[in-house]
Write a protein that binds this ligand. Structure first.
Ligand SMILES: Cc1cc2nc3c(=O)[nH]c(=O)nc-3n(C[C@H](O)[C@H](O)[C@H](O)COP(=O)(O)OP(=O)(O)OC[C@H]3O[C@@H](n4cnc5c(N)ncnc54)[C@H](O)[C@@H]3O)c2cc1C
Length: 559
């Protein structure tokens, strides 16, 4: 039986970041009734938030931008090799305005619940503003780093000064001159913000739990001539991005770590250390990611660089990670970060020696002493990859909650589908090709593929698409297996689902959150699945009443 109930929208896209903007563009081009809902007051996602000083790309700007429109490529001139947050937000606004997408977006609309209605084959959404909306297909484009997390210290609400997470850095300018500022956290955002504000504040105290490996960003302006050259070479720039596992231009050194002498290795590292961007990580020998000894030798090289740059040897040692090797988690890139610690007004507190006990009305209390602050900055990261999913009450077939299904970690088909949650697409989801790569490259592939499948469904009159249980198990096993060869499986990072500020994500459990096979393999798999008539996805012209886990796919109208 085919139900003909017309939902409010054929497609609802949740999230107006890089993914949501491109997804709505594709849907509008197809003439589909679609809208974007975003919790924030405007578009941009990552680049709408994260207005802290120093926030910028560590992807080359011109490999981060969208590639789908030659006209857009021609029109937008990046000004810096690694562009900063204000410019990135301007870019996304420019894209939305150029393609007249704003009228398809609704802001300040937090989606609180999304329930699949099996009878009518549609999704019923509850928005925080009280509205109930329906759609046939639901696109989850709500970001893998969109839910900031703060530590669970007692007394946080008692602090009388200003306190904010870097994601919520105020939109108006914050007076820093002469202020006593605390930054808690030395991950990617901490490293950016510390370096940027060190010479602008009165006193800066950095509270570090575990140091991160970091290397120079080597940013610089892009001149008119350079931009003209980039414009003429875009095809040649995106080609290696598509070829490389990380989705960047950087190509690994293929000589083999052990095939060259120690002197040759050091010569390469000396060169990479002075080059812009992720070259130090991705132009390196591939053994860095898989071979303990190779990784240890390279980590020792970076440690020596840190010792050269930090005047106080005791501080230098504290800034050198001991619990993981270089590159086994996403490497934050820095601009004069280590030199910040040479300043008299910058102090480092090692929380492994003197942990924070509580926040007080005037500052922070560690096991050693009280500190007074005007401003506390929580650079404490995100409930990465699955956080935004966990915060929406998503229910699939039989009322099954996604949060429960993913209690011990996500399980997906291609990082795009979840069995038991029909017509729910994740164009850049957990276990997809996005999180472990230059995001927009993965996002464009994901959005293109999802749009292709939707077109297929509409062309063939299918109302429902759902990954089979077998297909999901196959993909998730593949994702897990890929971790087994990578040193990153040992790291306490968001690649393995570690976040001590989120219940259930503490040290000791691994979550298989990202696909480590690299962009080319991922894209080839997507292509193959589509060519096989969307293998692993049960397609049906009407609803079924089968619950997941009971051979549901057998009752579908299989292609
Ligand atoms: C500081 C920082 C720097 C980064 N730098 C790089 C970089 O250099 N290179 C790179 O490749 N990647 C980088 N990233 C990763 C970045 O997240 C991606 O590049 C990209 O912006 C993700 O886009 P997105 O559309 O998937 O998600 P987002 O940009 O996170 O957008 C998701 C949107 O969904 C909305 N949303 C979430 N939940 C709900 C809900 N329940 N209801 C309604 N709306 C909701 C959010 O408000 C947000 O606007 C960086 C991330 C951060 C935090």
């Amino acid at each position: 039986m085919t139900h003909t109930i017309h939902p409010d929208y054929e497609v609802i896209v949740i999230g107006a970041g890089v993914a949501g903007i491109y997804q709505i563009k594709c849907l509008v081009d197809l003439g589909v009734t679609a809208t974007v809902l975003d919790a924030a007051a405007d578009l941009g996602g990552t680049w709408y938030g994260n207005r802290y000083p120093g926030a910028r790309f560590d992807s080359e700007s011109y490999t981060y931008g969208y590639s789908f429109s030659q006209e857009l490529l021609n029109e937008w001139h990046w000004k810096e090799r690694f562009s900063s947050q204000p410019e990135n937000l301007r870019y996304l606004n420019y894209v939305a305005d150029k393609f007249d997408l704003r009228k398809h977006m609704q802001f300040s609309c937090r989606v609180e619940a999304a329930h699949f209605d099996e009878t009518d084959t549609l999704w019923r959404l509850q928005v925080a503003d009280g509205r109930a909306l329906t759609c046939r297909f639901l696109m989850m484009a709500f970001g893998l780093l969109s839910v900031p997390t703060v530590p669970r210290y007692p007394g946080m609400e008692t602090f009388k000064g200003r306190a904010f997470h870097t994601f919520f850095w105020p939109h108006e300018s914050v007076e820093l001159a002469g202020k006593k500022v605390a930054v808690i956290g030395t991950g990617a955002t901490g490293i950016q913000v510390i370096a940027e504000i060190a010479d602008k504040v009165g006193e800066l105290t950095v509270f570090q739990r575990r140091p991160n490996w970091s290397a120079p960003l080597n940013n610089g302006p892009i001149s008119e001539e350079e931009m003209a050259d980039i414009l003429s070479r875009y095809e040649a720039i995106f080609a290696p991005c598509a070829r490389q596992p990380g989705g960047f231009e950087h190509e690994p050194d293929r000589r083999g770590f052990y095939a060259v002498s120690r002197e040759e290795r050091v010569a390469l590292w000396d060169r990479l250390y002075d080059e812009p961007g992720f070259g130090i990580w991705l132009r390196n020998f591939r053994e860095i990611f898989t071979d303990e000894a190779a990784n240890a030798e390279f980590s020792a090289y970076i440690a020596a660089r840190i010792r050269q740059r930090v005047t106080d040897p005791a501080v230098a040692e504290k800034l050198i990670p001991q619990d993981h090797g270089f590159g086994v988690q996403r490497v934050p890139l820095e601009t004069h970060y280590f030199e910040a610690y040479n300043r008299d007004n910058v102090h480092l507190v090692d929380l492994s020696e003197t942990p924070i006990e509580r926040v007080t009305a005037t500052g922070l209390r560690t096991s050693e002493r009280d500190y007074a602050f005007d401003i506390i900055v929580y650079a404490t990261g995100f409930d990465a990859i699955t956080g935004a999913f966990d915060r929406i009450d998503i229910r699939g077939v039989g009322g099954t909650r996604l949060r429960d299904t993913w209690h011990d970690g996500p399980s997906t088909y291609l990082g795009i589908f979840v069995h038991g949650f029909p017509n729910m697409f994740m164009p850049a989801g957990p276990q997809s090709g996005s999180a472990s790569t230059n995001y927009p490259r993965g996002i464009e592939s994901g959005v293109n593929w999802c749009t292709g499948l939707l077109t297929y469904l509409w062309t063939h009159g299918y109302l429902r698409a759902e990954a089979t249980r077998e297909a999901e198990e196959g993909w998730t096993t593949h994702v897990r297996q890929m971790y087994s060869t990578m040193l990153m499986r040992k790291a306490q990072s968001w690649f393995t689902g570690y976040n001590s500020n989120v219940e259930g994500h503490e040290h000791g459990t691994i979550r298989y959150l990202v696909y480590n096979g690299g962009s080319p393999k991922y894209v080839a798999t997507l292509k193959e699945v589509a060519e096989k008539g969307y293998a692993g996805i049960a397609l049906t012209a009407g609803p079924t009443s089968a619950a997941p886990g009971h051979g549901a796919q057998d009752t579908y109208e299989q292609r």
